[in-house]
Every structure is written in structure tokens, then in C-alpha cells.
Design a protein around this ligand. Structure first.
Ligand code: ADP
Ligand code: MG
Length: 701
């Protein structure tokens, strides 16, 4: 009954009518009573606070002022007319401006009467003005002042211009509460309410829309944020548990000869604590009967490879094969060489399979894969070809996850009875909060510690006008035997222009760094991959000192002698890209440098990005700033934005509530996986409702 009431189309609310209903649907996505109930205020205004005109500032958003109108007239302008009133209080004068509904306003305003006006102020032509103010006679205003905190609802230009002002929404909300007779059913369990001292659902809703005071408002918001995050986490965690219950994996019960020998005799360095912790997490997963599906996040250079290798050794110890897939040929070769070296004394058979593997080696690989002789296969997408058949693939590592689609990942799975355990490694840190919300159904391991002795890359920001100094610096470094990257942006939308920039840059660098003293390589997306590799190889061998490139070098290239990274038009790169690029240097023993070149014209966001890069090299910190600048939707791409489309909670600011909600959701599911305990009934009912009416909360994906 109750839930049906809230599913009533919004058209049926008193005061709405067909045209308003249409607008509410189109502009705010409000179709039902429930949708209106989920239109949480963006913020609140203290309606007992009044500004004086001489206190106004250009940065003010909405303000409230008491004063009176001393003059009204119509001003002719290029397109149509505008109505301008002079409004004054004892401290000064300002203008009120209307572009529409002149007659109605002119006829209804009373000169000399005391009004309370409310709206945004602009600084225009040397005077403050307020377009389309909400106005109330002061006497009326005082009568209607129910609550000091005035909710400000999300709105659009169109709504305001059609007369659906904040006050109208407020009235609709009042009407809704009146009609619902406060019949909001409780959505959280008693123990939760008690343990967390949460307001009840009705109290919380009431105080969010009609706050009695600041303290109650804060508690109301807290309760509703908790609830929102709680149900997201509940859903994600349930998916995860179901996955674990349903998808079986091979249990790797022992850690044996290969792992132990490697660990005791051939480990080339002491593992960091973070590496040890992650290996333990993986070992635990592998020992269970469920299939592991784990995301390993760690900054560039944090040492993910060794973790991957040691996990693969566990698979081999248990009689299974393992594979490692990388997004490019260069990276696959690099992995292959490194792993081969590490396993040198272990007597393990490792092969490399890429697009350029010749037919006869290919045949050999296929054969030894099928008969189980080959233990580790490393390669590119070539691993996914139908002809590649493992005897018993038990463990798959995927490096640099973002280059692979999910479909490709699941292709690997289908090579066997049970899917192999999967470890996805990424060097693009995702802020913890975001990861918890988006990948709540994946298990996540984090390496948040760099191996000791790593020198931080010195990062500076230089303007284009200082280019000559930068060139001198480059020459100094080259004379010490170092190598230099110079990177240009390449953005799809302006590809042609970017390409020209790159070529112009290349030319001017060639003029500055002339043969025979200097050799320059260039690599960009329009080149054939053979030519690219040839140039990369020259640079790698030290035959060229400067590598001019677009962002193709972004992923994983490891050239320890390259110690200077110059990023041209750095203001055009996103933070994570800048961070990835910087990660290309600082891999050898020498002090490395990253120079961010920009013009003088910088937006606020661009400046923040540059300052962040100069200030920190912590990938997670950088990811947090990125999240703040770009918002969660942009950061994760659109496919997950449904999950992130929060109604009241804020994924960045409400981090603590999120963690709490997650831990409670986990606790409840652990004790009562099917939510059948009587005390969890409200949770079960709400959960069912949420999945039934998908439009109620759009976070249910
Ligand atoms: P990632 O793949 O995470 O970017 P790598 O696995 O390539 O990082 O490791 C970067 C470098 O650090 C490699 O040269 C590796 O040998 C080295 N390394 C990894 N772990 C450690 C450690 N615990 N102590 C010292 N060096 C390490
Ligand atoms: Mg790596």
C-alpha cells in the first residue's frame, strides 16, 4: 500500500498539473512521488541571515536582502526590453532586473514597501544587480518563516523561467508530506538505528526538507547518506558473495618447491611490506575453492611484476599453467625478458607469444601448451586466439587492465572447466573511495609503498618563454650520458593540429640539437608498428639521446637511462596521464627530472593539476585530486556512472560514511546472507523494493 502511494505519477500531486508534470519529468527526471522525495536539496540557506547592499561581494551566490523599491523603468535593449528597478536599503542601492513578465511585475510591485528579496547577485556595469529575484513583502516573509534553514533544490534555467522556482518546489514538497501523512516505512533495521544512533526514516526525511535546526539537519543528512551508501554496498557485496559461491576455482592448496625455492634463494631483493601483504591476500584467495578475481593496484615502479610472478609460481606448484597478458608487444617482450631472468635457475619453461612470433615457434608453443610442458606463457592479445589451448590454465595475470575489455578477459576464462584465477594489474590508481563503490564486487589489493631507495623525480613547471633554459638543461643532462623524452599531446578531437604541433616541435628540436652531436628518435601513432619499434629500439640501445613522441610511450616502457621527461603543452594532459608519463623516468640510479611546459594562459583546473604534479608523486593522492577536479562520472567513464549517480551522499566528502556503511553491510551479510532474520526484515524489504523499482534509486545497476 505504502509503496504504491509513492509510485503515484507526479501529475497527481496537488499543485502539479500536466504542464508542470512535463517539466518536472524532463528537467529533473521526476516521474513519481518517490522521485520527488528523492530530490534532495543541494544546500541550505540560512534565512535568518540578511545581507546589506554594501556587504555584497562579487563571489556571492544567493543572498537575501531587506529593502524597498524606489524606482522602476523599462530599458530598451538590442533584443527586447528589460525591466529595471532600483532597490535600496540604508547602506546602498542596487538593481533588480527582469527580462520577462514585465507587466505583471510592474503592476504588482509596491514602491516604498519593505521587501525581502532573494536571488543571485551579479556585478554588472559598476553596480550589483539581481536578475529575477524571488520577492516577498517583509510582513509575509516573517509569517512564512517556518525554518531558519531554507533548502535550495536542484533546478534548471528552464524550470525557473517557467515559474517553477525554489519556492514552488518547496510547496510541492510540503504538499507531498501532507498527503503522505508521514507514512514512510523504516528502511533500516532496529539494531542499525540503535548502534549508530540514527534518526528514523520519517524524522530524517522531514528534517532534510524542513529542518528545524542545524543539528537535526546534520543528523538527517547523515542518516540518509548512510542509507544510500549502505544499500549500494549491500548490493555490491552480495554480488561478490554470490560470485564466490557460484564460480568455483581450482583450490591451490600448497605452496611448494617453485615458490619456496624462489623465495628462499633467488628473490633479488627484500619484498616491501606492501608486496608481502598482497602476496598473502592472493595466497589466501587461491587456497579457497572460489575463483579469484582480484584487482592489483600499484603505482608505476611499485613492484607488481614480482607479485605476479610469485603468484604464478603457486599455480605451477599445484600443477597448473599460468599466463601473463600485456597490452603491447614492447611490454610483453619486457615482461618475458625479466621473468625469464628471474626464473633462470628454477628450471621453468617460459615462452613468449605475440603477433610477430613466427609460425614454427608458434607451433611449438601450441604443442607444449597442450601437452602441459609449457608452464608460463607471456604475450599480447595473441594469447586469446582460438588456436591457443592450455592443458590446464590455473592463473592468468592481465597487466594494465584498461587496455583490455571485459569480453577479452572472459575469453581467457573459457579455455578450461573452471575459470583460472585472475589477477588484473593496473598502474592507474583509482581513489579508494571510488574503487569501493565501483569495484565493490571485485577484490582489491593495493601496493601503496615504493621499493626503498627510489629517488623522487624532481618535477618543475616551466613556461614556454623559458624554453632556452630548458634546452640548456637538456644539453647538460645529455652530456652526462642521460637520455631525454619530449612528449606532445595527442587528443583525438584535434589529431591533425596535434600532429602538426608534434612535427613543428620535432623540427625546432632538430634545429637546436643538430647532427652529428645529437641523434633524435621520433615515435607517433601514424607510424607503422615496425618503424615504431625500430625507433624505440634505437633509443633503448642508447643510439639516440632524445625521443620525441606522442603519448604512445605512456604505458610501461622501461628505459632506465632515460632520466628527463619534458611534457609539452602539459596543461592539456589529464592528471593521470601526466603521472603515467612521469613514471617513465626515475627508473635508473640517477636523479631524474620531469619538466612540465605550458603557456602562460592556464585555467584554474590546469593550474591545480600542475601544482599537484609538482607537489606529490603519490599516485593515490594524485588520483584523489583528479577525482575532485573531474568528478566520478568522468573519471570512470560512463558505464559505471549509474553506480556513482548518488542522490544525497558524496563519494568524495562522505568517505567515512561509505567505509562505515560497507563494514555494516558486510557484517550483516556475513551473519545473515539471505537476510532472513526477523530483525533484518526492513532491510530485506527495502532491498527487494529497490531492485523492483529500478527508477527509485538509480544507483541500482
Ligand atoms: P610496476 O610493474 O609495478 O611498475 P615493476 O614490477 O616493474 O613495477 O618494478 C619496478 C622495479 O622495481 C623493477 O626494476 C623491480 O625489479 C624493482 N623492485 C620491485 N620490488 C622491489 C623491492 N621490494 N625492492 C627493490 N626493488 C624492487
Ligand atoms: Mg609493470
Amino acid at each position: 500500500m505504502i509503496s504504491n502511494f509513492f509510485q503515484t505519477p507526479i501529475d497527481y500531486l496537488k499543485g502539479v498539473g500536466p504542464s508542470r508534470a512535463d517539466l518536472l519529468k524532463k528537467e529533473l527526471g521526476i516521474h513519481t512521488f518517490q522521485d520527488l522525495l528523492n530530490l534532495f536539496p543541494n544546500r541550505y540557506l540560512d534565512r535568518t541571515q540578511y545581507y546589506k547592499i554594501d556587504q555584497l561581494q562579487k563571489t556571492n551566490t544567493e543572498v537575501q536582502i531587506i529593502g524597498n523599491i524606489i524606482h522602476i523603468n523599462t530599458v530598451q535593449q538590442k533584443r527586447g526590453k528589460r525591466l529595471v528597478a532600483i532597490f535600496q536599503d540604508e547602506s546602498g542601492k542596487m538593481e533588480l532586473v527582469w527580462f520577462r513578465a514585465h507587466k505583471w511585475i510592474k503592476d504588482n510591485l509596491i514602491l516604498g514597501e519593505s521587501y525581502v528579496i532573494f536571488g543571485k547577485v551579479n556585478w554588472y556595469n559598476g553596480i550589483y544587480s539581481m536578475p529575477h529575484p524571488e520577492m516577498e513583502l517583509q510582513t509575509e516573509h516573517e509569517k512564512s518563516l517556518r525554518s531558519a534553514m531554507q533548502p535550495i533544490y536542484p533546478s534548471t534555467e528552464k524550470l525557473v523561467s517557467k515559474g517553477i522556482t525554489n519556492r514552488v518546489i518547496n510547496n510541492l514538497m510540503e504538499q507531498l508530506f501532507l498527503e503522505s501523512k508521514n507514512s514512510f516505512s523504516e528502511t533500516l533495521s532496529k539494531p542499525l538505528l540503535e548502534q549508530l544512533k540514527l534518526l528514523t526514516k520519517s524524522d530524517a526525511l522531514f528534517n532534510v526538507y524542513f529542518p528545524k535546526n542545524l543539528k537535526l539537519l546534520a543528523r538527517a543528512q547523515y542518516r540518509l547518506k548512510f542509507e544510500e551508501l549502505f544499500y549500494i554496498q549491500l548490493q555490491l557485496l552480495r554480488k561478490n558473495l554470490l560470485h564466490k559461491a557460484k564460480i568455483k576455482g581450482y583450490p591451490f592448496t600448497k605452496v611448494g618447491h617453485f615458490f619456496n625455492t624462489f623465495f628462499n634463494e633467488y628473490l633479488p631483493f627484500e619484498l616491501t611490506n606492501a608486496q608481502k601483504r598482497v602476496i598473502k591476500e592472493i595466497r589466501n584467495d587461491l587456497g579457497s575453492k572460489a575463483q579469484m578475481n582480484r584487482l592489483l593496484q600499484g603505482d608505476v615502479g611499485s613492484g607488481k611484476t614480482i607479485v605476479a610472478l610469485m603468484s604464478m609460481l603457486i599455480a605451477i606448484d599445484n600443477g597448473f599453467q599460468a599466463c601473463l597478458m600485456a597490452p603491447t608487444e614492447i611490454l610483453s617482450v619486457q615482461h618475458f625478458n625479466r621473468l625469464k631472468l628471474l626464473c633462470n635457475n628454477l628450471n621453468i619453461s617460459i615462452s613468449l607469444l605475440t603477433g610477430s612470433t613466427n609460425t614454427s615457434s608458434r607451433k611449438k608453443i601450441h604443442k607444449s601448451l597442450e601437452n602441459g610442458e609449457l608452464q608460463i606463457l607471456i604475450g599480447t592479445h595473441a594469447l586469446l586466439e582460438d588456436t591457443v589451448k592450455f592443458k590446464n590454465l590455473g592463473f592468468a595475470v592481465i597487466d594494465e587492465q584498461h587496455r583490455f575489455g571485459v569480453a577479452q578477459r572472459s575469453k581467457l576464462w573459457h579455455k578450461n572447466d573452471y575459470p583460472p584465477h585472475v589477477l588484473v594489474m593496473t598502474a592507474t590508481p583509482i581513489p579508494r573511495t571510488l574503487a569501493m563503490s565501483v569495484y565493490g564486487d571485485l577484490d582489491i589489493s593495493i601496493i601503496d609503498e615504493l621499493p626503498p631507495g627510489r629517488k623522487e623525480v624532481k618535477t618543475v613547471h616551466r613556461y614556454d618563454s623559458n624554453r632556452l633554459k630548458v634546452f640548456r638543461f637538456i644539453k647538460d643532462e645529455i652530456s652526462k650520458g642521460r637520455q631525454v623524452y619530449i612528449v606532445y599531446p595527442l587528443i583525438q578531437e584535434s589529431e591533425a593540429l596535434d600532429y602538426k604541433d608534434l612535427m613543428d616541435g620535432y623540427e625546432s628540436i632538430s634545429r637546436e640539437f643538430q647532427l652529428p652531436d645529437y641523434q633524435i628518435s621520433i615515435v607517433h601513432g601514424k607510424m607503422k608498428s615496425k618503424d615504431k619499434e625500430f625507433e624505440m629500439d634505437r633509443f633503448k640501445k642508447g643510439e639516440t639521446q632524445i625521443m620525441v613522441a606522442t603519448t604512445v610511450i605512456e604505458v610501461g616502457v622501461d628505459i632506465p637511462n632515460a632520466s628527463v621527461m619534458i611534457i609539452e603543452s602539459a596543461e592539456r594532459f589529464g592528471l593521470s596521464q601526466l603521472h603515467q608519463l612521469r613514471g617513465r623516468v626515475g627508473r635508473g640510479a640517477d636523479q631524474s627530472y620531469c619538466i612540465l611546459m605550458t603557456s602562460h594562459k592556464l585555467t584554474f583546473d590546469a593550474r591545480t593539476r600542475l601544482e599537484t604534479m609538482v607537489k606529490t608523486s603519490d599516485g593515490f593522492e594524485i588520483a584523489e585530486v583528479d577525482l575532485r577536479l573531474r568528478g566520478p562520472g568522468d573519471l570512470m567513464g560512463t558505464q559505471q556512472s549509474g553506480v556513482l549517480n548518488l542522490r544525497i551522499a558524496d563519494i568524495i566528502k562522505d568517505h567515512e560514511i561509505l567505509k562505515l556503511a560497507r563494514s555494516y553491510a558486510l557484517e550483516i551479510l556475513k551473519n545473515d546472507p539471505s537476510l532472513s532474520l526477523p530483525e533484518n526484515l526492513p532491510i530485506k524489504n527495502t532491498y527487494i523494493q529497490l531492485t523492483k523499482y529500478k527508477n527509485i534509486w538509480n544507483y541500482i545497476s
